[in-house]
Design a protein around this ligand. Structure first.
Ligand SMILES: Nc1ncnc2c1ncn2[C@@H]1O[C@H](COP(=O)(O)OP(=O)(O)OP(=O)(O)O)[C@@H](O)[C@H]1O
Ligand SMILES: [Mg+2]
Length: 344
């Protein structure tokens, strides 16, 4: 008690004095806690700001990577187009090489036949101008007969006709291919025009013949189709993708039926095949870029996504129905009049 009174302010009762002391100590403790808390908070806030900055930079990087990916994808689509041009060129080269090969070999044989004809002609001319010397005439004739016999002139005369008609047919085939290619590949004509889809289908068939003829027979069920305002080179590319896919889906031999009809404001073109069909769980993915069920290196999975884009650009739709083991049908609907933004 005596101590308390010694430090206590005069007139302050000791109990109050103790309470004040306790309060002061509590306040000091609270201040200390507050200070340490606010330091913690400050540090936490600083860490948060740094973290925020890191996340922002991360986002930026992701955005950049996304852009780069998009560009890479666009380039891939472009290079897929180039690859299919390359594939096409290889197919066409093969197609042309075949008739050119036998035309060249026929020309070689025809050359030797022409030599023989020349020799015979010269002989008969000599015979005609030999005058009345019967012995000389007889000798010349015997020589000519022998030549005819050793060279088997009967066969040569028959073969001559065959070689010529084969060569003419081969040349016509080359002309056909070139014609088909010309109408198929009007790629630089970005403009829309009123086009005959049947002509597009025919020229596409000529171009892909090499790839699909071994396992597919083609049936056409063409309706009455007014001209369609479109970019035919692009639409042909869609036809090509669908035909090649159908042929690739054939386990052995099969049929592709191409049907065309006018339906109100739309031209409808259907490609139905008797191939493997597409399982229901895959049907939703086939138009996705890079979706492929083909072995690595043989399919890029871009054919249908490119086709989808082309048809969409034309204001049309492309739909698929399929049954495993029965076949697949792709139906394209293209408006006869192109959408306005395309016309511009
Ligand atoms: N007619 C069809 N019959 C069965 N499956 C098909 C048919 N058309 C497409 N598909 C399936 O859809 C997938 C995607 O086709 P898409 O044309 O986009 O790519 P791809 O043919 O695999 O490769 P790419 O066309 O680039 O060579 C194919 O891998 C195949 O599984
Ligand atoms: Mg394909």
């Amino acid at each position: 008690m005596a101590n308390d009174t010694a430090v206590a302010a005069p007139g302050v009762p000791p109990a109050l004095e103790r309470a004040l002391k306790r309060e002061r100590a509590a306040r000091e403790r609270a201040e200390a806690i507050l200070e340490s808390k606010s330091r913690e908070l400050y540090l936490a806030n600083q860490a948060l700001t740094e973290e925020h900055e890191r996340v922002r930079r991360r986002n930026e990087e992701i955005e950049k990577a996304h852009l780069a990916l998009q560009e890479a994808q666009a380039q891939l689509v472009q290079s897929e187009k180039l690859a299919s041009v390359g594939q096409l060129a290889a197919g066409v080269a093969h197609e042309i090489n075949n008739p050119i090969g036998f035309i060249t070999s026929n020309l070689g044989t025809l050359k030797s036949y022409a030599e023989l004809m020349k020799r015979l002609l010269e002989g008969y001319r000599r015979h005609a101008t030999a005058g009345d010397d019967a012995a000389q005439q007889g000798e010349l004739l015997a020589e000519l007969r022998e030549l005819e016999e050793t060279e088997d002139i009967e066969f040569v005369l028959e073969d001559l006709d065959e070689l010529l008609s084969d060569s003419i047919a081969g040349a016509a085939r080359v002309k056909d291919i070139v014609q088909g290619l010309k109408s198929f590949s009007r790629v630089d004509e970005a403009k829309l025009a009123e086009e005959d889809l049947h002509a597009g289908i025919e020229s596409t068939l000529k171009v892909v013949a090499n790839e699909i003829k071994y396992n597919c027979s083609i049936e056409k069920d063409f309706g009455d189709l007014p001209p369609v305002t479109c970019n035919l080179a692009q639409v042909n590319q869609v036809f090509m993708n669908l035909l090649v896919n159908a042929s690739q889906a054939m386990e052995s031999q099969g049929t592709i039926t191409i049907t065309t009809r006018a339906d109100g404001d739309f031209a409808v073109v259907k490609f139905r095949d008797t191939g493997s069909g597409i399982p229901a769980d895959k049907l939703g993915s086939i138009f996705d870029p890079f979706f492929t069920t083909k072995p690595v290196g043989s399919g890029t999975g871009l054919g249908l996504s490119i086709s989808y884009g082309i048809i969409q650009d034309h204001g049309g739709t492309i739909e698929v129905e399929s049954e495993v083991g029965v076949g697949t049908e792709f139906a394209i609907r293209l408006p006869f009049a192109a959408p306005e933004e395309q016309q511009a």
